[in-house]
Design a protein around this ligand. Structure first.
Ligand SMILES: [Zn+2]
Ligand SMILES: [Zn+2]
Length: 296
C-alpha cells in the first residue's frame, strides 16, 4: 500500500478546478466543500451538470474518487441539546451526504460539534443519531467520518473514548459506513505530544484504534500554530508550526497512514487565483515535495 497525499485545494472556478489544481500538484487525494461551509446547506442540492463536470475532470487525474473527502459545513452542531439547532444540523449532514454520494466520493468528514450543556454522553448519542439519520436516508458507498477536534470549550471528539462512544451508537447494519479521521493539529492542540518519539505517535493511533475498533479513515496533515494542549485550531505549513517535520515523518512511518487520504489543510499562497487558472498553489507544491521526502 501507498501514501496518498493531497490537499483541500482552492475551488475558485468550481470543484472541478480544485481537482485540476490538485492533479497539477501531483496529488493523489483531494478534499473539497460541496457548499459554502459557513451555512447549514440543509436545502442545497447539487446540480447534475456540476456532478458530471467534477466526475469527468476527476477521471482524468491521478485521484481515485474513493480518495476524495468532502469536508462538511463547520456550523453543523450535531451534539447540541437545542432541538431546533440539532434538527437543522442533522438535516445539513444528511444533505451533505446526499451531495457527496452524487459526486461519488469516498467520504464526508465532519466536526461533531459541542456539548454545550456539558452532558458528553448524551451529546455522543445525539451525534450518532444524526449520523444514523444521514446513513439511513442516503444509500451508497460514501462513508461518514467523525473528525477529532482541537478540544476547545465543550467540543466533542477530543479523545479516543469520545470518538469510540459516538461510533458505538451507530447501528451494526450501518457501522461499515461510519468511521473517523485524525487531524494532526487538532491532536497536538488537544494535548497529544507527537514530538516525543515514533513510538509515542504510533501509541496515539493505537489508542484510537482500540477505542473504535478501526484505523483512521483519513488524516489531515497540519502543523499547529498553537502550543501543545492549547486547544487552538490554527493550521500552519508543516515544519512552520509547533509540531515540526520529524513528527510527520514518524506518523508516515506507521502503516496505518497508507491506503487512505492524507490531506493538507495548510495555508495557501495564491488565494486570489483566477477561475480558469489551473496552476497548483506554490505552498501546496512545496508541501507535496516535503511529504514525499518525509515518507521515504
Ligand atoms: Zn476539519
Ligand atoms: Zn483545524
Amino acid at each position: 500500500m501507498e501514501h496518498y497525499f493531497g490537499a483541500h485545494t482552492i475551488d475558485t472556478g468550481g470543484i472541478h478546478m480544485a481537482a485540476r489544481r490538485a492533479d497539477n500538484a501531483r496529488m493523489r487525494a483531494l478534499q473539497i466543500f460541496t457548499a459554502i461551509p459557513k451555512y447549514y446547506g440543509d436545502r442545497v442540492s447539487i446540480r447534475t451538470e456540476r456532478v458530471e463536470r467534477f466526475r469527468e475532470v476527476l477521471a482524468a487525474t491521478r485521484i481515485a474518487p474513493e480518495r476524495v473527502v468532502v469536508h462538511a459545513a463547520y456550523v453543523l452542531n450535531t451534539a447540541t441539546p437545542d432541538v431546533a439547532k440539532w434538527e437543522r444540523a442533522r438535516d445539513g449532514l444528511a444533505k451533505e451526504l446526499e451531495r457527496s454520494t452524487k459526486l461519488g466520493v469516498g467520504a464526508v468528514c465532519f466536526h461533531p460539534g459541542a456539548a454545550t450543556d456539558g452532558d458528553r454522553d448524551a451529546a455522543a448519542a445525539r451525534i450518532a443519531a444524526a449520523m444514523t439519520h444521514a446513513l439511513e436516508r442516503v444509500n451508497g458507498d460514501t462513508r461518514l467520518l467523525v473528525e477529532n477536534t482541537a478540544g476547545a470549550g465543550t467540543t466533542m471528539g477530543r479523545t479516543p473514548a469520545e470518538v469510540g462512544a459516538i461510533l458505538r451508537h451507530i447501528p451494526a447494519r450501518l457501522r461499515d459506513r461510519a468511521g473517523f479521521g485524525l487531524d494532526t493539529c487538532h491532536l497536538f492542540a488537544s494535548g497529544y505530544d507527537l514530538r516525543e518519539s515514533k513510538e509515542a505517535v504510533s501509541r496515539v493511533l493505537d489508542t484510537f484504534e482500540e477505542a473504535t475498533g478501526e484505523a483512521p479513515g483519513f488524516y489531515h496533515l497540519n502543523d499547529s500554530e498553537g502550543a501543545l494542549a492549547s486547544n487552538k485550531d490554527r493550521h500552519r505549513l508543516i515544519g512552520d508550526g509547533a509540531i515540526g517535520e520529524q513528527a510527520f515523518a514518524w506518523l508516515l512511518a506507521d502503516p496505518r497512514t497508507k491506503g487512505v487520504p492524507l490531506i493538507l489543510e495548510t495555508p495557501q499562497l495564491n488565494v486570489e487565483i483566477g477561475e480558469d487558472d489551473e496552476s497548483p498553489d506554490p505552498y501546496d507544491v512545496r508541501m507535496m515535495a516535503l511529504l514525499d521526502r518525509l515518507s521515504r
